[in-house]
Design a protein around this ligand. Structure first.
Ligand SMILES: Cc1cc2nc3c(=O)[nH]c(=O)nc-3n(C[C@H](O)[C@H](O)[C@H](O)COP(=O)(O)OP(=O)(O)OC[C@H]3O[C@@H](n4cnc5c(N)ncnc54)[C@H](O)[C@@H]3O)c2cc1C
Ligand code: SF4
Length: 408
């Protein structure tokens, strides 16, 4: 992707991709922690898919015990670092905070979680140990949050774990997909390294093509392969230069210096889910003069979270509702998108089209659904959710695998 380079200076690009929710200072964290009511049967803990004991970790921050606080978080959620940056907290823990019912701001749980987990990550503090060796071996396919959460908890129980990962780097979408202004690749990789340091064997650049040989070699297999590539639009012009799928666009942005990712002057993003929002905002932040969502349904039907929509509006992105893409126009390179609207057919001028209409399931790897030694979790089994769900499912699978390996 070299054509149509972003024209913003490097310092402007760095500012545009700086953390959207900057970390709390120590004083601000103490103040915030002391606002917590420390509820019993806390609704925030119930709302968190990994059921982190939120009042317990906040209380430890309030008493200055950041290491202990991080231990509470990471004990329940091996991806507590990235979740603190990327969880949709408005619909999870913070949305459940009782202060909402008093028309007050909820406790800033994610920022407090980040405060504690940053403390241990920056100091490379080791909070967990591998368990005594059991002699059992588990293969994990996919080094995303699901696979690595499972791997970490298996190591804590003393099982040997080998993780097979197709990509050159581990981390799954944490490394290659989460919006740059939420989670940076170096943070994602540092979090992964912390897990690998427990003695997880990682084989990158290995695409597992069949499960049966692994079932023959290992005592159990966990499949955490996530979802596949972006769905095709199936309209004429999809192969023109300047048409790119959202995951490829975001992955390029996250793995290259910002100025090396091509962005048009007039960008159109097709779709209205969270990935579409990530694409439209990041295109704008790269320097597109106009970056517009085109969606076939109405505003109220958008599948993205409300706060993501608000972010895109704040970034100055445009929205065209009730406009169904018919054809991508251009002679070699894209110069417009033809859409059908209530008023007829219309052409939206653009020099880049980003397709963000969801990911296909991975069909290339089949597995015997009834083998009791086989476990599955994360996006490939829940259809696509959040990091915290993948982590929760990886942790739950590790518990089940352990039960099987020790009782079976
Ligand atoms: C653009 C985008 C933005 C997102 N933003 C957020 C967000 O802000 N907050 C949030 O909480 N969630 C977000 N999500 C969702 C989140 O990233 C996923 O729910 C989570 O990463 C799922 O984890 P996973 O381990 O199941 O899958 P993945 O992260 O997809 O990891 C699967 C891994 O398996 C590997 N793999 C696949 N097939 C094979 C094979 N045959 N052999 C070996 N390895 C294989 C893949 O290369 C990959 O590394 C976003 C998703 C997308 C697409
Ligand atoms: S992991 Fe996510 S949902 Fe759970 S408490 Fe932390 S920020 Fe909230």
């Amino acid at each position: 992707m070299t054509e149509g380079r972003a024209r913003l200076p490097d310092d402007q690009l760095a500012a545009n991709f700086a953390d959207i929710a900057p970390p709390l200072t120590n004083d601000a964290a103490l103040l915030e922690a002391n606002k917590c009511l420390f509820c019993h049967d806390a609704p925030c803990t119930i709302a968190c898919p990994t059921h982190i004991d939120v009042p317990a970790f906040i209380k430890k921050i309030a008493t200055g015990n950041l290491r202990g606080s991080a231990r509470v978080i990471l004990d329940a959620n091996p991806f507590g670092h990235s979740c603190a940056r990327a969880c949709p907290v408005e619909v999870l823990c913070e949305g459940a905070c009782v202060l909402n019912e008093r028309d007050e701001q909820p406790i800033k749980i994610a920022l407090l979680q980040r405060h504690a987990t940053d403390y241990v990550l920056a100091r490379k503090l080791k909070l967990f140990e591998p368990g005594p060796p059991t002699g059992k071996r588990v293969a994990v396919i996919g080094a995303g949050p699901a696979g690595l959460a499972c791997a970490r908890d298996l190591r804590r129980r003393g099982h040997a774990v080998t993780v097979f990962e197709a990509k050159p780097q581990p981390g799954g979408l944490n490394t290659y997909g989460i919006a740059e202004y939420k989670l940076k690749t170096d943070v994602a990789l540092a979090e992964v390294q912390d897990i690998l340091d427990l003695g997880v064997e990682l084989k990158t650049g290995v695409t597992v093509e069949a499960i049966e040989p692994l079932l023959a070699d290992y005592d159990a297999v966990f499949v955490g392969i996530g979802l596949g590539s972006t769905k095709k639009l199936g309209i004429p012009g999809e192969n023109l230069a300047g048409v790119v799928d959202a995951l490829t666009f975001i992955e390029h942005l996250k793995t290259h210096p910002y100025r090396e990712t091509a962005v048009g002057r007039q960008v159109v993003v097709i779709g209205a889910g969270n990935t579409a929002i990530d694409a439209v905002t990041q295109a704008k932040r790269l320097g597109a003069a106009a970056s517009t969502i085109v969606y076939r349904r109405g505003e109220a039907d958008m599948p993205c979270y409300h706060y993501e929509y608000e972010l895109a509006k704040r970034d100055g992105c445009g929205f065209r509702f009730n406009a169904t893409p018919q054809r991508i126009l251009g002679n070699g390179a894209v110069d417009g998108l033809e859409v059908k609207t209530a008023g007829g057919t219309e052409t939206i001028p653009c020099d880049m089209v980003i397709v963000a209409i969801g990911q296909d399931e991975r069909r290339e790897l089949n597995w015997p659904k009834d083998d009791p030694r086989l476990f599955v979790g994360g996006d490939c089994s829940n259809g696509g959710a959040e990091i915290v769900n993948a982590a929760a499912e990886g942790v739950a699978a590790a518990r089940k695998i352990h039960e099987r390996l020790t009782n079976g």
